[in-house]
Design a protein around this ligand. Structure first.
Ligand SMILES: Nc1ncnc2c1ncn2[C@@H]1O[C@H](COP(=O)(O)OP(=O)(O)O)[C@@H](O)[C@H]1O
Ligand SMILES: [Mg+2]
Length: 230
C-alpha cells in the first residue's frame, strides 16, 4: 500500500488566476486554496471552465496570470509548474488505460527503483483498497466506467500526490459504482490529501465535500450546500 505522506498536509493558495481563450475570458482574478484533508466540490455549467481551471491548478496548462503561495514562499505558476505536476494530480473524466491488465496499469505508476517483491506487495494492497481484486488480470481497455475510475484513483494514489483533482469522476456511473468511488475519495481526504472534484451533482457530494464552489461568469463563488441528513 502506498504510504500516507508523512509531510505536513499541503496548503496551496492560488491567487489572481486568469485565463482567456481568444476574446473569451474564462476566469479573471480567481482565488482558490487547496488544503490537505479538505474536499472541495466545483460546480459550473458545461463550458464554464472547470476542466481548464483544474488543469491550471495541476500545472498542466498555463494561466495568463496568477501566483501561488506555498509554505516556502509565493511563486509564479511558471516557476512552480514542476512542483505542481509532481504534487497536484489531475484525473481525467475518462481516464486513459494503458493496454494490458489492470495489474500492469498499476505497475506503471510505481517508481522504477522498487524490487519485484515490493511492487507485488504494493499492487496487491492497492488492489484490495480500491476493490479491484476480482479484475486484477482483466484487460484494462475493456473495463466499465466505474472500474476505470477506481483503477485511475488507485494508480494516482501509488504516485503519492498531495492533492488530487477529479474531473467529473462519477459521470455515467450507476449508484453502486458511484458509492464505491465516493468511498475512495473520502478515505483519501481522511488521509490528508487535498481533493477538488468537479461534478454537476452537489447532492451526491453532500457528505463528502466540505466546501462548495460554483464557477460562473469568470468568477468562483462559494456556497453552502445543505446536508440533507441534518
Ligand atoms: N485549448 C483551448 N483553446 C480554445 N478554447 C478552449 C481550449 N480549451 C478549452 N477551451 C474552451 O474553454 C471553455 C471552457 O472549457 P472547459 O474548461 O472544458 O469547461 P468545462 O470543463 O466547465 O466544461 C469552452 O468554451 C472550451 O471550448
Ligand atoms: Mg470539463
Amino acid at each position: 500500500m502506498a504510504k500516507v505522506p508523512s509531510a505536513p498536509a499541503i496548503r496551496l493558495l492560488y491567487s489572481g488566476l486568469s485565463k482567456r481563450f481568444g476574446k473569451r475570458t474564462l476566469f479573471a482574478n480567481l482565488n482558490l486554496t487547496l488544503v490537505g484533508g479538505q474536499c472541495i466540490l466545483l460546480t459550473g455549467k458545461n463550458g464554464s471552465g472547470k476542466t481548464t481551471l483544474m488543469r491550471i491548478l495541476a500545472g498542466l496548462e498555463q494561466p495568463d496570470g496568477g501566483a501561488i503561495a506555498t509554505p516556502s514562499g509565493a511563486y509564479s505558476w511558471r516557476k512552480l509548474r514542476n512542483y505542481l505536476q509532481r504534487n497536484v494530480m489531475y484525473l481525467h473524466q475518462q481516464p486513459y488505460m494503458f493496454s494490458g491488465t489492470v495489474r500492469h496499469n498499476l505497475n506503471y505508476a510505481l517508481p522504477r527503483r522498487l524490487s519485484r517483491v515490493e511492487r507485488q506487495t504494493q499492487i496487491q494492497a492497492i488492489g484490495a483498497w480500491a476493490d479491484l481484486d476480482a479484475i486484477m488480470d482483466n484487460n484494462a481497455k475493456s473495463l466499465s466506467g466505474g472500474e476505470c475510475q477506481r483503477v485511475a484513483i488507485a494508480r494516482a494514489r501509488l504516485r503519492q500526490p498531495q492533492a488530487l483533482l477529479l474531473d467529473e469522476p462519477t459521470a455515467n456511473m450507476d449508484a453502486s459504482a458511484r458509492a464505491r468511488t465516493l468511498l475512495l475519495m473520502q478515505q483519501l481526504c481522511q488521509e490528508g490529501l487535498a481533493l477538488l472534484v468537479s461534478s454537476h451533482d452537489p447532492a451526491l457530494f453532500a457528505d463528502t465535500a466540505s466546501h462548495f464552489l460554483h464557477l460562473e461568469q469568470a468568477q468562483l463563488k462559494a456556497y453552502e450546500y445543505p446536508n440533507e441528513r441534518t
